[in-house]
Design a binder for this molecule. Structure first.
Ligand code: ZN
Length: 389
């Protein structure tokens, strides 16, 4: 790969012919049309999010004469360059110079480029950027791109995969799952967490259809002319969840719905009964992990581990241990009720607190509370045996 360092390109040069596409959230062209700012493998513009702090910081850095870091262009053909890295910073500059956002001046007043003093304008436009122009084969460039994570917001995993497997399939996938204008996003947000712009929805759809083998899936579908399977699978999962669980709860966001769909979509459920169960568990003070409620119900209310049912606290255990042991000593039998009715050497054994575990007399799943009244200390062996029943 060949690289040339350019030090004479100014902000003014870059912003010549700058176009920002509001709908797609992308900075498109610069350098009088010679530069493509947002190639397909680049992520959307994200510096305007979080109230625009990052894009304002870029402009403030320039005004103070601070460097804004290295920028990389790829020489695609004689008259065509693409931004490999620096797209967010370039788009910030372009958006500012075209009055798309304002910075705050020393007095906290909003200041647009158009309204700035001449000398400040000139300082911004005259700022020289540090640019590497690279020339190489597609695979060289992609390999290199995969290894860089330069200043600003590092690329996340899905953004890197989009870069590595760029092509028609990724473009279509992004159109569907990385497009904040898509009217379905709101519905999907009930089940999928993360940000549309940072490719979290695309990542989720890919992980569901590929059973978590996103890289392999993208590689084998890279040259597909459609994303039919991806869309179909994703919609099947969403339809299934929203049919089984008719009410949306915030804990449903970001669960492994793809895995749960695979495990349970062939079983039938009565949505009304399911809703009652959800509500009952939501109202149960002993359920610590509400995220586990959905899988617990899908699996037939068996695996209570999913709910992390509250366990007895140390104070309760100590109190119960003391009463139980005092009684046992009076009777001359073991303080573990199961040992006491046995026929071996442990019949009269007084266990120490550390050798015992707390047990629900009436199981939690049968309505037993996690309180001293429903607590019995058993020796570890018997407690384990009971738990395994
Ligand atoms: Zn025992």
């Amino acid at each position: 790969m060949k690289t040339i360092l350019k030090t004479n390109i100014t902000v003014k040069d870059i912003c010549e012919g700058f176009v920002y596409n509001e709908l797609e959230g992308k900075g498109l062209f610069g350098l009088s049309g010679k530069l493509t700012i947002q190639p397909e493998y680049q992520r959307n513009y994200i510096y305007a999010s979080d109230g625009g702090k990052r894009e304002m910081a870029v402009i403030e850095s320039i005004l103070k004469g601070y460097p804004i870091g290295l920028i990389y262009f790829n020489q695609v053909s004689e008259n065509n360059l693409e931004v490999l890295d620096g797209q967010q910073r370039i788009t910030s500059v372009g958006r500012f110079v075209t009055d798309k956002f304002a910075i705050k001046d020393e007095n906290g007043m909003e200041q647009y480029f158009g309204g700035m003093a001449k000398d400040k304008k000139a300082r911004i436009l005259g700022t020289k950027l540090l640019i590497y122009e690279c020339e190489g084969t597609e695979s060289e460039i992609k390999e290199w791109f995969r290894t860089i994570n330069i200043a600003g917001v590092p690329l996340n995993n899905q953004e890197l995969l989009n870069a590595v497997y760029s092509g028609h399939f990724v473009t279509l996938g992004k159109e569907e799952f990385s497009n904040s204008q898509n009217a379905n996003i709101q519905k999907w947000s009930a089940y999928v967490s993360g940000s549309v712009n940072r490719q979290d929805f695309l990542e989720c759809a890919l992980s569901w259809v590929s059973k978590d083998n996103i890289g392999d899936y993208m590689s084998s579908h890279r040259f597909d002319k459609n994303i039919t399977e991806l869309k179909k699978y994703f919609n099947s999962v969403i339809d299934w969840v929203s049919t089984v669980f008719i009410d949306v709860a915030s804990e449903m966001r970001g669960l492994e719905w793809g895995r749960l769909y695979e495990a349970y979509h062939k079983k039938s459920y009565n949505p009304k009964k399911v809703l009652e169960e959800v509500q009952k568990l939501y109202g149960d003070p002993y359920v610590k992990n509400r995220k586990g409620i959905f899988e617990f119900i899908l699996g037939g209310l068996i695996d209570t581990k999913l709910l992390e049912v509250r366990i007895f606290d140390e104070a309760t255990k100590k109190t119960v241990y003391a009463t139980q042991t005092a009684k046992a000593e009076k009777k001359g039998e073991s303080n573990c009720s199961h040992c006491a009715i046995g026929h071996d050497a442990n019949k009269e054994k007084i266990w120490s607190l550390s050798d015992m575990d707390a047990d629900h007399v009436a199981a939690w799943s049968k309505g037993g509370a996690t309180s001293a009244k429903n607590c019995e200390m058993l020796c570890k062996t018997h407690n384990r045996a009971k738990g395994n029943r």
